[in-house]
Design a protein around this ligand. Structure first.
Ligand code: CTP
Ligand code: MG
Length: 249
């Protein structure tokens, strides 16, 4: 039995606004996707890795990942799709259909982790916590952080003007969800097949894989997340990540 990781790295990074796609932007001299791949690999629970590359960058991504210190597992790099959901689907197809990817000794893939290159510093113990929970029988597992802000749901003001608060949400029950997210392989394949059949477009595509599992009516479980797994969206996030890298080095 073995574990496949799908690393999504095909986004453009419009909000970060660099000349190169976000996953290729460097943090401490190392591209974000390489940081993420190294930590997946160092967790010791991943047997094979598929990376979804930005359009036109498949060869470059393959070179970068294979040359990186500490990447000692089979790596397959494929083109991503127009949405994150489409990229994960492409990664799954490549990782699960390619019989050559996982060494036969490791056994068939039964667990899949999906991780965003936009969370380059997700620590190895977080990867293990998610993977081990799936192995323990929880078929869909996400890391989540408690929410420290007070959260309010708003509605547009009747007749225009400044939004109005509809309610204050009980924050004790809220979790801000991260990646890697871990799944029983069959369940994740079923969730993506159902989503594809439903025909999600750019505006309705899911922003995470657990959402697709929830749409099937299946239970998703939450383990403790990590502040180091924060997502990089803006230039400020990148500078914060540089500080995190310094502190965790
Ligand atoms: N992603 C992907 N394929 C896409 C879109 C996104 O593989 N078509 C990946 C990104 O590379 C990233 C993750 O999904 O690792 C989360 O997406 P996000 O943070 O939104 O990254 P970008 O889409 O690159 O950023 P932006 O939305 O600012 O353009
Ligand atoms: Mg995006």
């Amino acid at each position: 039995m073995s574990t496949l990781a799908v690393l999504t790295a095909a986004g453009s990074g419009a909000r970060l606004g660099h000349a190169v796609p976000k996953a290729l932007v460097e943090l401490g001299g190392v591209p974000l996707l390489v940081h993420a791949a190294q930590r997946l690999c160092a967790s010791g629970v991943v047997d094979a890795l598929v990376v979804t590359a930005p359009p036109g960058h498949v060869d470059e991504v393959a070179r970068l990942v294979r040359a990186a210190p500490g990447i000692d597992l089979p790596v397959h790099v494929v083109d991503g799709g127009p949405t994150r959901q489409a990229s994960v689907a492409a990664g799954l197809r490549a990782g699960l259909d390619d019989r050559g990817l996982v060494p036969p000794a490791a056994g068939e893939i039964d667990v899949v982790l999906v991780h965003d290159a936009a969370r380059p510093l997700a620590p190895t113990d977080l990867v293990r916590r998610v993977e081990q929970a799936v192995r323990a029988g929880y078929r869909a597992v996400v890391p989540g952080l408690v929410v420290t802000d007070t959260v309010k749901r708003v509605v547009p003001a009747p007749g225009g003007g400044i939004d109005e608060v509809a309610e204050t949400v009980d924050r004790a029950s809220l979790r801000a969800v991260q990646t890697p997210q871990g799944f029983d392989r069959d369940l994740l394949e079923r969730a993506h097949a159902a989503a594809a059949a439903g025909g999600a477009d750019e505006s309705s595509a899911a922003t995470d894989d657990a959402g697709l599992v929830e749409a099937l009516g299946e239970t998703v479980h939450v383990v403790a997340g990590s502040s180091a797994a924060a997502k990089i969206t803006t230039g400020h996030d990148l500078r914060v990540a540089a500080l995190t890298l310094e502190e965790t080095a």
